[in-house]
Design a binder for this molecule. Structure first.
Ligand code: AP5
Ligand code: MG
Length: 208
Protein backbone atom coordinates (compact mmCIF):
# COMPACT_ATOMS: atom_id res chain seq x y z
CA UNK A 1 0.00 0.00 0.00
CA UNK A 2 1.38 3.37 -1.03
CA UNK A 3 0.03 6.74 0.02
CA UNK A 4 0.63 9.76 2.23
CA UNK A 5 0.30 9.52 6.01
CA UNK A 6 -3.42 9.28 6.73
CA UNK A 7 -4.36 8.28 3.18
CA UNK A 8 -6.05 5.15 4.54
CA UNK A 9 -3.32 2.53 3.99
CA UNK A 10 -3.91 0.85 7.35
CA UNK A 11 -7.71 1.00 7.04
CA UNK A 12 -7.71 -0.65 3.61
CA UNK A 13 -4.81 -3.06 4.27
CA UNK A 14 -6.70 -4.49 7.22
CA UNK A 15 -9.78 -5.10 5.05
CA UNK A 16 -7.82 -6.70 2.20
CA UNK A 17 -5.92 -8.90 4.65
CA UNK A 18 -9.20 -10.09 6.18
CA UNK A 19 -10.79 -10.70 2.77
CA UNK A 20 -7.77 -12.65 1.45
CA UNK A 21 -6.84 -14.41 4.70
CA UNK A 22 -3.24 -13.16 4.60
CA UNK A 23 -1.28 -11.06 7.13
CA UNK A 24 -1.31 -7.26 7.22
CA UNK A 25 2.24 -6.10 7.85
CA UNK A 26 2.62 -2.47 8.91
CA UNK A 27 6.17 -1.33 9.70
CA UNK A 28 4.65 1.54 11.70
CA UNK A 29 2.67 -0.95 13.84
CA UNK A 30 5.79 -3.09 14.36
CA UNK A 31 7.73 -0.03 15.54
CA UNK A 32 4.89 1.07 17.84
CA UNK A 33 4.66 -2.44 19.35
CA UNK A 34 8.42 -2.29 20.04
CA UNK A 35 8.12 1.15 21.63
CA UNK A 36 5.37 -0.14 23.89
CA UNK A 37 7.43 -3.19 24.86
CA UNK A 38 10.47 -0.97 25.55
CA UNK A 39 12.84 -2.91 23.24
CA UNK A 40 16.11 -1.50 21.87
CA UNK A 41 14.51 -1.34 18.41
CA UNK A 42 11.60 0.61 19.89
CA UNK A 43 13.90 3.11 21.62
CA UNK A 44 15.75 3.72 18.38
CA UNK A 45 12.57 4.04 16.27
CA UNK A 46 10.92 6.44 18.72
CA UNK A 47 13.67 9.04 18.26
CA UNK A 48 12.68 9.34 14.61
CA UNK A 49 8.96 8.71 14.73
CA UNK A 50 8.18 11.36 17.35
CA UNK A 51 9.57 14.05 15.06
CA UNK A 52 7.93 12.68 11.92
CA UNK A 53 11.19 11.48 10.34
CA UNK A 54 11.78 8.05 8.80
CA UNK A 55 13.51 5.33 10.78
CA UNK A 56 16.85 4.61 9.01
CA UNK A 57 16.85 2.04 6.21
CA UNK A 58 19.52 -0.08 7.99
CA UNK A 59 17.04 -0.75 10.79
CA UNK A 60 13.88 -1.05 8.72
CA UNK A 61 14.90 -3.25 5.79
CA UNK A 62 16.30 -6.16 7.81
CA UNK A 63 13.32 -6.08 10.16
CA UNK A 64 10.84 -6.24 7.27
CA UNK A 65 12.69 -8.99 5.40
CA UNK A 66 12.70 -11.10 8.59
CA UNK A 67 8.97 -10.56 8.99
CA UNK A 68 8.01 -11.64 5.45
CA UNK A 69 9.97 -14.86 5.88
CA UNK A 70 7.79 -16.01 8.76
CA UNK A 71 5.51 -18.98 8.19
CA UNK A 72 2.23 -17.01 8.00
CA UNK A 73 3.56 -15.16 4.92
CA UNK A 74 3.93 -18.23 2.73
CA UNK A 75 0.69 -17.54 0.84
CA UNK A 76 1.25 -13.80 0.51
CA UNK A 77 0.92 -10.64 2.60
CA UNK A 78 -0.04 -6.98 2.42
CA UNK A 79 2.72 -4.46 3.10
CA UNK A 80 1.53 -1.19 4.64
CA UNK A 81 4.08 1.62 5.01
CA UNK A 82 6.93 -0.34 3.44
CA UNK A 83 8.76 0.37 1.19
CA UNK A 84 8.99 4.07 1.91
CA UNK A 85 12.30 4.94 0.24
CA UNK A 86 13.91 3.88 -3.04
CA UNK A 87 16.61 1.82 -1.27
CA UNK A 88 13.85 -0.04 0.65
CA UNK A 89 12.05 -0.80 -2.62
CA UNK A 90 15.24 -1.94 -4.32
CA UNK A 91 16.14 -4.24 -1.44
CA UNK A 92 12.65 -5.73 -1.45
CA UNK A 93 12.70 -6.29 -5.22
CA UNK A 94 16.10 -7.97 -4.94
CA UNK A 95 15.17 -10.21 -2.01
CA UNK A 96 11.96 -11.34 -3.75
CA UNK A 97 13.68 -11.90 -7.09
CA UNK A 98 16.17 -14.22 -5.38
CA UNK A 99 13.19 -16.35 -4.38
CA UNK A 100 11.52 -16.14 -7.78
CA UNK A 101 8.67 -13.89 -6.58
CA UNK A 102 7.77 -10.20 -6.87
CA UNK A 103 5.38 -7.51 -5.74
CA UNK A 104 2.08 -8.28 -7.52
CA UNK A 105 0.44 -4.90 -7.02
CA UNK A 106 1.37 -1.52 -5.58
CA UNK A 107 -1.85 0.24 -4.61
CA UNK A 108 -1.49 4.01 -4.33
CA UNK A 109 -4.25 5.70 -2.34
CA UNK A 110 -4.42 9.31 -3.50
CA UNK A 111 -5.55 11.98 -1.02
CA UNK A 112 -4.61 15.69 -1.19
CA UNK A 113 -2.64 17.15 1.75
CA UNK A 114 -5.58 19.40 2.83
CA UNK A 115 -7.76 16.37 3.59
CA UNK A 116 -4.99 14.62 5.51
CA UNK A 117 -4.58 17.11 8.34
CA UNK A 118 -8.33 16.98 9.01
CA UNK A 119 -8.34 13.18 9.14
CA UNK A 120 -5.43 12.79 11.51
CA UNK A 121 -6.99 14.90 14.26
CA UNK A 122 -9.89 12.45 14.50
CA UNK A 123 -7.94 9.22 14.27
CA UNK A 124 -8.01 6.80 17.19
CA UNK A 125 -5.86 3.67 17.14
CA UNK A 126 -5.83 0.42 19.06
CA UNK A 127 -2.37 -0.03 20.63
CA UNK A 128 -2.96 -3.77 20.99
CA UNK A 129 -4.31 -5.05 17.62
CA UNK A 130 -3.60 -2.04 15.36
CA UNK A 131 -7.24 -1.43 14.32
CA UNK A 132 -7.89 2.17 13.24
CA UNK A 133 -10.96 4.34 13.84
CA UNK A 134 -12.07 7.91 13.24
CA UNK A 135 -14.28 9.81 15.66
CA UNK A 136 -16.45 11.04 12.78
CA UNK A 137 -15.87 8.83 9.72
CA UNK A 138 -15.47 5.43 11.39
CA UNK A 139 -16.36 5.51 15.09
CA UNK A 140 -16.02 2.38 17.26
CA UNK A 141 -19.29 0.86 18.56
CA UNK A 142 -18.41 1.94 22.11
CA UNK A 143 -16.58 5.27 22.45
CA UNK A 144 -12.87 4.85 23.13
CA UNK A 145 -12.95 1.03 22.98
CA UNK A 146 -11.64 -1.22 20.20
CA UNK A 147 -14.41 -3.25 18.48
CA UNK A 148 -11.96 -6.05 17.68
CA UNK A 149 -10.16 -6.67 20.98
CA UNK A 150 -11.78 -4.44 23.63
CA UNK A 151 -8.63 -2.40 24.43
CA UNK A 152 -8.74 1.35 25.14
CA UNK A 153 -8.07 3.42 22.03
CA UNK A 154 -5.32 6.06 21.93
CA UNK A 155 -4.33 9.15 19.92
CA UNK A 156 -1.01 8.43 18.19
CA UNK A 157 1.99 10.48 19.41
CA UNK A 158 2.81 11.58 15.88
CA UNK A 159 -0.71 12.83 15.04
CA UNK A 160 -0.11 16.34 16.42
CA UNK A 161 -0.64 18.88 13.58
CA UNK A 162 3.04 20.05 13.44
CA UNK A 163 4.27 16.45 13.22
CA UNK A 164 1.67 15.59 10.56
CA UNK A 165 2.98 18.47 8.43
CA UNK A 166 6.53 17.19 8.82
CA UNK A 167 5.44 13.64 7.90
CA UNK A 168 3.74 14.98 4.78
CA UNK A 169 6.89 16.76 3.62
CA UNK A 170 8.99 13.64 4.29
CA UNK A 171 6.41 11.68 2.27
CA UNK A 172 6.66 14.00 -0.75
CA UNK A 173 10.44 13.99 -0.64
CA UNK A 174 11.29 10.36 0.07
CA UNK A 175 8.25 8.16 -0.56
CA UNK A 176 6.39 9.71 -3.50
CA UNK A 177 9.19 8.67 -5.94
CA UNK A 178 8.04 5.08 -5.36
CA UNK A 179 4.95 5.79 -7.47
CA UNK A 180 7.17 6.15 -10.54
CA UNK A 181 9.24 3.15 -9.43
CA UNK A 182 6.22 0.83 -9.35
CA UNK A 183 4.66 2.38 -12.45
CA UNK A 184 7.84 1.47 -14.29
CA UNK A 185 7.63 -2.06 -12.87
CA UNK A 186 4.11 -2.28 -14.37
CA UNK A 187 2.30 -3.02 -11.09
CA UNK A 188 1.00 0.40 -10.02
CA UNK A 189 -2.74 0.69 -9.31
CA UNK A 190 -4.20 4.03 -8.26
CA UNK A 191 -7.39 4.67 -6.27
CA UNK A 192 -9.13 7.88 -5.23
CA UNK A 193 -8.78 7.90 -1.44
CA UNK A 194 -11.12 10.84 -0.87
CA UNK A 195 -14.18 8.60 -1.35
CA UNK A 196 -15.71 6.92 1.68
CA UNK A 197 -13.93 3.87 3.10
CA UNK A 198 -16.35 1.28 1.71
CA UNK A 199 -16.13 2.79 -1.77
CA UNK A 200 -12.31 2.85 -1.64
CA UNK A 201 -12.35 -0.81 -0.62
CA UNK A 202 -14.66 -1.70 -3.53
CA UNK A 203 -12.39 0.17 -5.95
CA UNK A 204 -9.33 -1.71 -4.65
CA UNK A 205 -11.08 -5.07 -4.93
CA UNK A 206 -12.06 -4.27 -8.51
CA UNK A 207 -8.46 -3.39 -9.37
CA UNK A 208 -7.05 -6.53 -7.79
P1 AP5 B 1 2.96 4.63 9.76
O1 AP5 B 1 2.36 4.02 10.94
O2 AP5 B 1 3.08 3.81 8.53
O3 AP5 B 1 2.26 6.01 9.44
P2 AP5 B 1 1.92 6.79 8.07
O4 AP5 B 1 2.43 6.29 6.79
O5 AP5 B 1 2.28 8.16 8.42
O6 AP5 B 1 0.48 6.48 7.83
P3 AP5 B 1 -0.66 6.44 8.86
O7 AP5 B 1 -0.68 5.16 9.61
O8 AP5 B 1 -0.63 7.72 9.66
O9 AP5 B 1 -1.90 6.55 7.88
P4 AP5 B 1 -2.68 5.44 7.05
O10 AP5 B 1 -2.45 5.70 5.60
O11 AP5 B 1 -2.41 4.07 7.57
O12 AP5 B 1 -4.16 5.90 7.37
P5 AP5 B 1 -5.30 5.26 8.29
O13 AP5 B 1 -5.87 4.07 7.63
O14 AP5 B 1 -4.84 5.13 9.70
O15 AP5 B 1 4.44 5.15 10.13
C1 AP5 B 1 4.66 5.92 11.29
C2 AP5 B 1 6.12 6.27 11.42
O16 AP5 B 1 6.89 5.05 11.52
C3 AP5 B 1 6.73 7.01 10.22
O17 AP5 B 1 6.53 8.39 10.30
C4 AP5 B 1 8.20 6.59 10.35
O18 AP5 B 1 8.84 7.34 11.35
C5 AP5 B 1 8.12 5.16 10.83
N1 AP5 B 1 8.12 4.19 9.70
C6 AP5 B 1 7.13 3.33 9.36
N2 AP5 B 1 7.45 2.61 8.29
C7 AP5 B 1 8.70 3.01 7.93
C8 AP5 B 1 9.58 2.66 6.87
N3 AP5 B 1 9.24 1.73 5.94
N4 AP5 B 1 10.77 3.30 6.79
C9 AP5 B 1 11.13 4.23 7.69
N5 AP5 B 1 10.34 4.62 8.70
C10 AP5 B 1 9.13 4.03 8.83
O19 AP5 B 1 -6.37 6.44 8.17
C11 AP5 B 1 -6.14 7.71 8.79
C12 AP5 B 1 -7.44 8.24 9.44
O20 AP5 B 1 -8.38 8.54 8.42
C13 AP5 B 1 -8.13 7.18 10.34
O21 AP5 B 1 -8.72 7.83 11.44
C14 AP5 B 1 -9.18 6.56 9.42
O22 AP5 B 1 -10.28 6.05 10.15
C15 AP5 B 1 -9.56 7.72 8.53
N6 AP5 B 1 -9.87 7.32 7.15
C16 AP5 B 1 -9.30 6.32 6.40
N7 AP5 B 1 -9.86 6.23 5.19
C17 AP5 B 1 -10.81 7.23 5.14
C18 AP5 B 1 -11.75 7.66 4.13
N8 AP5 B 1 -11.80 7.06 2.92
N9 AP5 B 1 -12.56 8.70 4.44
C19 AP5 B 1 -12.51 9.31 5.68
N10 AP5 B 1 -11.66 8.94 6.66
C20 AP5 B 1 -10.83 7.91 6.41
MG1 MG C 1 -1.20 3.28 9.13
Amino acid sequence: MLGAPGAGKGTQAQRIAEACGIPHISTGDIFRANIKAGTELGKKAKEYMDRGALVPDEVTIGMLLDRIHEKDCEKGYILDGFPRTIPQAENLTKALAEEGTRVDAAIDIEVPDENIVKRMGGRRACPKCGATYHVQFNPPKKEGICDVCGSSLVVREDDRPETVKKRLSVYHEQTEPLIAYYRKAGVLKTVDGTKDMDQVFEDIQALL
